[in-house]
Design a protein around this ligand. Structure first.
Ligand code: ADP
Length: 475
């Protein structure tokens, strides 16, 4: 772990096994942090927040972020390899995240000198000058999942460094290594001790201790809706501010007039990318009835052409699932889909041969899915596409909204007014038109309904790590 700028063992000396999901082989041990470790890290974060870090000017924080940018740029190949071995994403994909990570760091660097309150009018008697100041909220607990920490940790780290907050970050037990290495690089770039602390360990132990610690002012959480509920409960101890990015079951709506070459690939990768382990994966694919047969054939052809392989195989387009538990969960949903009467068009098998020891499943397409089947309602977090027919724009909107989640969604059509009707009609935090999964920190994304709250990206994102202080000056 990394606490107060120092590599630290955990108090209990217990550890968790780290497995390479491509081979199932144990590649290391991770400190299983607990309550005392979290407490030590929170104290370090508080001391740093109250200490010299609080007097860093916006320009100094910006310059630090530029140094971090340079170090990330120089060390990215190593980080990509760590991430691929640790969580299974193919090396071509983890290397490709470099552009988006560097862009995020530049975005947050620009924001650190762009924090502003307001002078405000008032109706008070006499000469009273009024204004609002922006101040950092304090110690932020970051709890992140395993599906892509190399990129996702930057929503937290970038904002903490830009705003002058401090953090204790609890990465997922299945993918902590890139977070630990990034924390080392931050210190190499000149970050003062205690500003960023990393405590590894189990969610229900270290994560829960962080969520209920009364020295933490805010929690930024990405993970399951079930855990999100526990975080909300724990937050009441000291009325923590929360940002929650939770589960999804996003609709991807394909009209008969769409450019099918693009729509088939786009929708397929909208589900299969990262082996389906993306919260905004477009797993419910609504296809206009007259093209359902053609779409399914083409989607199956595309799915079979995807190269699934060991995460360090440079040709691999998809890697394994994160763990054996996740593999079993995905395979059980394949069975549930078949039992519910959906038609398995392709995939749904655990891969054998040289991949038999890893947690690989072939990209899967189900046709004849009804919106009320479990495979159309529950988050599977695997490469499983459910194709559901629809007839009209209204039908697509009604079916698209028939879920408890509201994270992502897309529409494919050549008719822009039809696209905009769908964009307006679907209740999600982000909608894509004729594309899937594009994200830029200047624009952001977020969720509504049971997918959470507190959008990421843009000025609004920075504001959630700040609070406003109203000042009245009697002159
Ligand atoms: P996923 O299904 O993506 O694993 P989780 O919500 O279980 O989603 O995990 C996301 C993150 O939340 C991980 O870092 C995990 O360790 C952490 N976590 C799990 N349970 C808890 C909990 N009770 N309190 C706080 N954090 C938790």
């Amino acid at each position: 772990m990394l606490i107060d700028g120092q590599t630290a063992p955990c108090v209990s000396e217990e550890s968790l096994e780290i497995r390479n999901p491509s081979s199932g082989v144990v590649i290391g041990q991770l400190a299983a942090g607990g309550e005392e470790d979290i407490d030590r890290a929170v104290r370090a974060a508080r001391a740093a927040f109250e200490g010299p870090w609080s007097s860093w000017t916006p320009y100094e924080r910006q310059a630090l972020l530029y140094r971090v940018h340079e170090l990330m740029d120089r060390n990215f190949d190593e980080l990509a390899e760590i991430e691929s071995v640790d969580m299974g994403a193919p090396i071509s994909k983890t290397r490709a995240t470099k552009a988006s990570v560097l862009k995020m760091i530049l975005f947050f660097a620009s924001q650190s000198s762009n924090i502003a309150g307001e002078t405000l009018q008032n109706g008070l008697p006499g000469e009273v000058v009024t204004m609002s100041l922006k101040a950092p909220v304090g110690v932020v607990g970051g709890i992140i999942p395993w599906n892509g920490p190399l990129g996702s940790q930057w929503w937290l780290l970038g904002t903490v460094l830009a705003t002058g907050c401090t953090t204790v970050l609890k990465p997922a037990e299945d993918a902590s290594l890139s977070v630990l290495r990034v924390a080392e690089l931050l210190h190499e770039a000149g970050l003062p001790p205690g500003v960023v602390n990393v405590v590894t360990g189990r969610g229900d132990v270290a994560g829960a201790a962080l969520a209920r610690h009364s020295g933490v002012d805010r929690i930024a959480f990405t993970g399951s809706t079930e855990t999100g509920r526990k975080i909300i409960d724990a937050s009441k101890v000291n009325i923590k501010k929360l940002q929650l990015e939770l589960g999804g079951k996003s609709p991807d709506i394909i009209f008969a007039d769409a450019d099918l070459d693009k729509a088939v690939q786009g929708a397929a990768m909208g589900v299969f990318a990262n082996s389906g382990q993306i919260c905004f994966a477009g797993t419910r694919v609504f296809v206009q009835r007259e093209i359902v047969k053609e779409f399914c054939e083409r989607a199956a052809f595309f799915a079979r052409s995807i190269k699934v392989g060991h995460s360090l195989d440079p040709e691999a387009q998809l890697g394994p699932l994160i763990s054996n538990d996740q593999l079993e969960k995905v395979m059980s949903y394949v069975q549930i889909g078949a039992n519910e009467g959906a038609q398995l068009v392709c995939g749904g098998e655990r891969l054998q041969g040289s991949l038999a020891d890893g947690y690989f499943v072939s990209p899967t397409v189900f046709a004849d899915v009804h919106n009320d089947m479990r495979i159309a309602q529950e988050e599977i977090f695997g490469p499983v596409m459910s194709v559901i027919p629809f007839d009209t724009v209204e039908d697509a909107i009604t079916k698209g909204n028939a879920t408890e989640f509201g994270l992502g969604g897309a529409v494919w059509t050549r008719d822009i007014s039809k696209a905009l009707r769908v964009v307006k009609g679907i209740h999600t935090g982000v909608m894509w038109v004729n594309c899937y999964g594009l994200i830029d920190p200047l624009v952001g994304f977020g969720g509504t309904k049971m997918s959470g709250y507190g959008a990421k990206g843009g000025r609004a994102h920075l504001d959630t790590y700040l609070y406003s202080k109203c000042v009245y000056i009697n002159t």
